[in-house]
Ligand binder design. Structure first.
Ligand SMILES: Nc1nc2c(ncn2[C@@H]2O[C@H](COP(=O)(O)OP(=O)(O)OP(=O)(O)O)[C@@H](O)[C@H]2O)c(=O)[nH]1
Ligand SMILES: [Mg+2]
Length: 291
């Protein structure tokens, strides 16, 4: 039987999308935040159209969660596409200086234009835009140096738009994570589920954990620093081939969750999301721009 389609478009996202369309006119700079583990899958297909010719900076967050070699590959690839990404770690603050610098530069250009028109300088208005749970609010908290907005380990924490002032030079707009109303590409939907970038109510954990296992079994550099076969066997104490994921889950459940494969599936996904399986890039650049 075919797996049910994974879809997630809760009411707060639909409302936020409408509000954003109104706010975009007031914004000078868009900081487009994506997830380094699934760099292409976590970029909104409509963002370019929304942003138009406003200044935009690509922020690749969760840089600590992918191997440095994957980062280098992506960086070269993105530069070839004409992008100058800023790599950040919203949890520990890496990349915040570069992010602030980008905002300050946009502010300087804005105020030079305003001055030419006889207007008083004002703070640059920067919008954090991206999929849910990619770390937008964490980055804002890092930039302002305090817990100004809620940031938690699940999708859909920010429910409405919120301005945060940053020392007179920069005003930051935190927004709920935005997704397309329909996830057409189910491979992308699976990656979003694996990385916890969509609400957990949208899918069953078991097929998603099985999809993760199958991917993990095949990964080599630059996705991972070294193949994961030994790590999986050592961490969970089983020798079943993860390429036969339902058998792997059964064996692991036997040892760890009293035979409950649903709980084992959750556990494996949590371990991946918390970084317990090491730095893993689920997408890396291919020759074509499809990752
Ligand atoms: N390891 C790691 N964790 C991060 C990073 N950035 C954010 N996080 C964590 O990811 C979780 C989600 O962060 P949020 O800031 O709430 O994400 P968000 O994009 O605002 O999510 P929504 O408001 O739901 O759209 C939090 O637990 C953060 O601590 C990062 O660069 N690395
Ligand atoms: Mg948020």
């Amino acid at each position: 039987m075919a797996s049910p389609s994974i879809q997630w478009y809760p009411g707060h996202i639909a409302r936020a999308e409408t509000q954003l369309r109104h706010q975009l006119d007031r914004v000078d700079l868009v900081l487009e935040v994506c997830d380094a583990r699934i760099l292409l899958a976590s970029r909104h297909p409509c963002l370019g159209r929304w942003v138009g010719n406003k200044s935009r900076v690509l922020v690749v967050n969760r840089r600590d969660m992918v191997p440095s070699v994957a980062r280098s590959c992506w960086h070269r690839w993105l530069q070839q596409q004409g992008e100058a990404p800023i790599w950040c770690d919203g949890r520990r603050g890496g990349g915040s200086k570069a992010l602030l610098q980008a905002a300050v530069e946009a502010g300087a250009a804005l105020n030079a234009r305003r001055q030419r028109r006889g207007l008083r300088p004002r703070p640059v208005r920067a919008l954090m835009l991206g999929f849910p749970n990619v770390g937008k609010s964490a980055l804002i908290n890092r930039l302002v140096g305090r817990r100004a907005v809620a940031s938690e380990r699940r999708a859909g924490v920010t429910r409405s738009l919120q301005w945060v002032r940053m020392g007179g030079q920069v005003d930051l707009l935190d927004a709920p994570g935005i997704l397309p109303p329909r996830l057409q590409d189910q491979q992308v939907a699976l990656l979003l589920a694996i990385c916890d970038d969509i609400g957990q109510a949208a899918y069953d954990h078991e097929p998603v954990a099985q999809a993760l296992l199958q991917r993990l079994a095949h990964l080599t550099a630059p996705h991972v620093e070294e193949p994961l076969g030994r790590l999986l066997a050592g961490r969970y104490g089983i020798t079943v081939d993860p390429q036969v994921p339902h058998r792997w889950l059964q064996a692991a459940a036997h040892g760890h969750t009293g035979g409950c494969t649903a709980r084992m599936a959750q556990r494996l996904l949590e371990d991946f999301r918390k970084g317990h399986l090491g730095a893993i890039a689920l997408q890396v650049p291919q020759q074509s721009p499809q990752g």
